[in-house]
Design a protein around this ligand. Sequence first.
Ligand code: MOS
Length: 708
Amino acid sequence: MNPDEIVAAVGESRPRIEGRLKVSGSAHYVADLPMPNLAHGWMVTAAVSRGRIRDIDATDALAQPGVLGVLDHRNTRRLNPDIAHHFGPDRSLPLLQDEVIEYAGRPIALVVAETPEQARAAAAALRVTYDAKPHDIEFSMNHPATRPASTLFGPEADTGDLEAELAGSAMVVDELYHTPEESHSAMEPHVATAWWEDGHLYAFDSNQGPFGISQVMASLFLIDPERVHIRAEHVGGGFGAKTICGAQIILAALAAEHLQRPVRVALTRRQVFLATGSRPPTEQRVRIGADADGRLRAIHHHAAFAQSPLAEYIEWCTEQARTLYAAPAIRTELSAVPLNLLPPCSMRGPGASPGSFAFESAIDEVAERLQIDPLQLRLLNQPVVSPVSGRPFSTRRLVQCLQEGARRFGWAQRDPRPRVRREGNLLVGTGVAAVAFIAGVFPSSAAITAETDGTFSVRVGATDIGTGARTALIAVAADALAVGTERVRMHIGDSDLGLAAGAGGSRGTTSCAFAITETAKALREKLGDSARPVTASVDTTPLINWQPAEERYTYSAVFAEVTVDPATGEVRVRRLLGMFAVGRVINPLLARSQLIGGMIGGLSMALHEESVRDPLTGRLVTADFAGYHISAHADVPTIEADFVADYEPQDPSGFNGLGEIGNAGTAAAIANAVWHATGTRHRTLPISLSRVIERAAAQDRPEAVSVA
Ligand code: MOS
């Protein structure tokens, strides 16, 4: 083929290749995949927050029609007690091993029957008694059990003389910010079908990375990783809750082995809320000292988050404080508070989303108190190199994001005074927030075969959780092979495809794109003198430089316009604009779609999402979409997401991930806009109707708005 005829696929907006399958209902999600002789498991969860199971009386359940068995800690095979997951040893994974309960919602039994309805009915007949012990779910930074969080991501920042710089500052903001426990709420509930054959475990599982999950399952069941085969062809969202090895696949595999037949475990929405991970609540103290002209002198961000006693987890809230602005003294601290809660797991920009709410609110408070435009304050304090490590940034187009965003948003016309813009009964305000989100790649492998028919079969263990990863990787492969996309056959979503980053940490697509690019290079070298079919494969593990000389981040500036009805407390977002610097964009259509989705997640966090627990029982009160509000269509205004030109020098193709940056920044931009509209600073999320009313009353402001 004449190379001049090839149109570069990267940079082109193309719809998802599986889009037609999805909208026509022919894309098979895990629960749609047919399986002969299938049995159905119903998960039973603990009703107490701490204690022991005294007894599980299964007599009535076993007598019900269609029931095949009840698995609990007394009849379930032993699992690896020393299993480790993302953050180290993880005692939440060995399910049905003992009678100990450390959080409400802990899976304690599985009832298996011929049909899901029979399993559900029998589960209702299970009689579980407990010896309850006092539980502790009261989250606070000052909890006596508060301890430093794991430093798996590296040490926290401590540069300069913080107290001296604070003392020498003309003005110091010192405030506390709170974000609640939240639930991921992916559209597709967690579901797995598992079966065993000749000592091999097979599963369809809704997860964000089949290869990683296969490794954990092998370790948990103490079998050779080569004997675990997990597929996730189409996944209906994850938001982080499917980065962990889920209860559904562990229980399905246990039951399938026990009964010697395939078992499906499909969680209900309620069970997803109770048992599949959460974003932990946070309490964050931010202290910022500045000179009268707006120069920052001291930044101190101390974030505490709730932790499960069963496993380590890191809600890395302190990333913004160490990256966004220059200051002679920067200190960050991260604390964990062990409580009887559902073990947290990464959720929609973990750490960065709650962290940026606190930090970018505090920056706005600096601007407010110094009477400096909040956009100017941000531009004034841009660092030349990393303010903590002193290393250069590989690319840093944050200023371009702020300036271009401000231009499109019409920031120059903004009256900086709060509570002056009114439309009828409504108060109107605008706000901005900046974001830095860490970027990079994880080890991955790919294999590409040049087939005799001129097509190329690409095998990479990537996962498409609805983002369009498959489509993006086809474009990457086509360009790397210098062929049209129609000649690329992409195979993803299977642990048998080998080592691959999951769709998480904003690194799934960049990691797999790196592997594909290197593999295509190797294949093109081979092609010259080999007969087809010929295959090349590359594992990027040795190619990844974990200590590069430069710091690698993506950036954004988010602008929000809100209206507040002072009579009802209702906040509505009227406009959202995000300008993003995320390296070279593979597919603007899909990237924009993902960023808009992230911004909706941020809107949802700002105004709606809050898991509520009953302090007496520790149980989740909001375990459904009636109680747990996520932003719906009517809550979502026109959202614009666009890119500034950018190129990541650390990536051979200039790419960076953009999976989560849309989430971070949005809540702070909205909270800052609510302050601008009302004159009231909301330091606790979500900014619910009642909070708006209560805070306004507490400030003793007359709420009557004169109608012009
Ligand atoms: Mo993400 S919250 O790393 O899936």
